[in-house]
Write a protein that binds this ligand. Sequence first.
Ligand SMILES: *Cc1c(COP(=O)(O)O)cnc(C)c1O
Length: 415
Amino acid sequence: MTSELALPESAYGAGVIERASADAAYRKTLDLIRAAEPEKPVFCVSPSAAHTHIENIQKCFPARLLFAVKACPLEHVIVLAHEAGISRFDVASPEEIALVRRLVPGSKLFYNNPIRAPGEIETALFDHGVRRFAVDDRAGLQALDRAVGNRLKRKKIEIAVRLRTLEKNAGGHDFTRKFGADDKDAISILKETKALGFEGSLTFHPGSQCADAGAYSALLEISREIADKSRVRISAVNVGGGFPAPYAGLAYGRSLEMFSKVQTAFGNIFDGEKIKLRAEPGRAFAAPIVSIVTQVKHIRPDGSIFLNDGIFGAFAEFEYIEMRLPVRFWRKEGEIIGPSRSVEVYGPTCDPSDAFPYQVDVPLDLKVGDWLEFGLIGGYGPATVTRFNGYGSYEIATVEETINNAIFASKNTPA
Ligand SMILES: *Cc1c(COP(=O)(O)O)cnc(C)c1O
């Protein structure tokens, strides 16, 4: 994907996502629209949404909460997470490690992507001081063992064995095919971890956008059995990510409830034991923190609209997850409210698949140049943008009050 063209260096930090001109901090979405009249899509990060949301999760999940950085590697979001009390991060590559180390120097990093090249292990261990890893096969454990050699105290290094998610337990986005040791292997890898002198723990990931608390309970039961059968005293269980974002169909209160249910299930299954509980949500953590302002480029006579961003940009998750995003309509005069009709919505590229999977209700008098503000885009929206067709250039702004703040008000009512 990288070339000698004048493309930005990386998608992290100051990459394709650029800081908006000057001091891009606004109180409301309309302030941004009036001041900037943005022709590029703008990711709006809301500090107040971040604080409210992260606090809400922490109330439901008093155990150790990690943020899975891959879901939203925006600098603003990482810093806001830290300000809200998050000091643990799940990182998946040396780039993510360097990013978090730079922004939150004292953070605890969990390199829980079980697939690492030897050079990446070296970098993590010796350049960045990472001491927590996940593995899901013997080769992964042995690679860590070789890299550590006699250079570090093994007791100070924690290795989590990642369990395979049973297919029946997998959530919306299935991780079964690619990751996880089956029960028998998990037992022997856990034993070997301990025999090599490392601290042993367990982890899993039930699948992204998993709205079934029973999947977590089932995997916690399996963790219990594996710990018992291996006779290894595990130090922690990390239930992974997977927690659902409150896309239409799932109320915000319900999405939070998943965290309390998992906390309760853990308490029942590991009753009274000195085992740490961790979770590392990505999507559910980040979705409500970021919204996006897109502009209408073209309207066909049949009413269908073309936006300046689509599924090769911030809306890539439409391909994988059944989701509908909250939306509002703006022009400089204010929010456009009134009679509407359902229309097809397309992205800007020449690719026919660059289309929303559902029709959107838009105001009858929507015009070219008006803006659509979509909420809940923080889970993988900013993370997976591409340069396809020459698009994929964004600005980023801080906006205190966005469409996302409304979801907190409607805590327990279905969206
Ligand atoms: C992707 C990932 C996460 C975050 O998953 P979500 O479904 O976004 O919560 C957490 N842990 C690991 C190891 C992952 O790969």
